[in-house]
Design a protein around this ligand. Sequence first.
Ligand code: FPP
Length: 246
Amino acid sequence: MPFSMPPRFPIPSHVGIIMDGNGRWARKRNQLRTQGHLEGLKTAKRIVQAASDLGIACLSLYVFSTENWRRSAGEVGFIMTLVKQYLAAELEFFRKNRIRIRHAGDSEGLPPDIAEEIRRVCRDTEDFEGLQVILALNYGGRDEILRSIKRLLAAGVVQEDLTEAVFRGYLDNPDIPDPDLIIRTGGDFRISNFFLWEGAYSEYLFLDKLWPDFSEEDLRDALVRFAGRERKFGGIPGNPADGIMA
Ligand code: FPP
């Protein structure tokens, strides 16, 4: 049975997840870090299905940051191969569930075969109108801002025309709404260079659970907690005049 929320429950349009804790999950079991990533991938698949069932429009997964290249060559190679195999193996699942795959990050810094596989899957799924899964791969928030600036300079945008809305148009995925909710697993209270521009007014949820242990029920709980948050975007809900008192 598809995973669902109570009727009339507000579902966020865009949920971002910083999937942390694969390595610790493996260490606790005396296993290799790579085993943690394999389990992490299984969790990601379950959460993609759950997000699709729940009617979330966009799900961003922080898979590999611009800083993750500092890990051992073996671990980096393993994660890259895992991503490539995932994309190839899940194409039928994406088709069946009308899931569209997008990429955030610098594709030029990726191994050519990985970049090509991402391009292919993004192209093959671009007409699907269901859940959009944004894979943040070789992604850094600072790097995205710099690349966006380079793109807008190359497009000839002049200083007088530069507004937040114009700048936004040069991000990696300008049509994707800012994340309403960003979840980080693994117990740390930091955002690690994820969606620096897009996450300015996101609600954040930091969970102790390690990513491989994160369940569909945890996603559902996160949405319930999100629904209980009051979003103000810098304003004073209900009584704007209160904000102007001397
Ligand atoms: C964090 O755990 C996880 C990563 C660096 C990314 C790897 C993610 C996956 C393999 C999931 C793949 C998902 C898709 C959709 C392809 P960590 O290694 O930083 O854990 P630690 O903090 O416990 O060491």
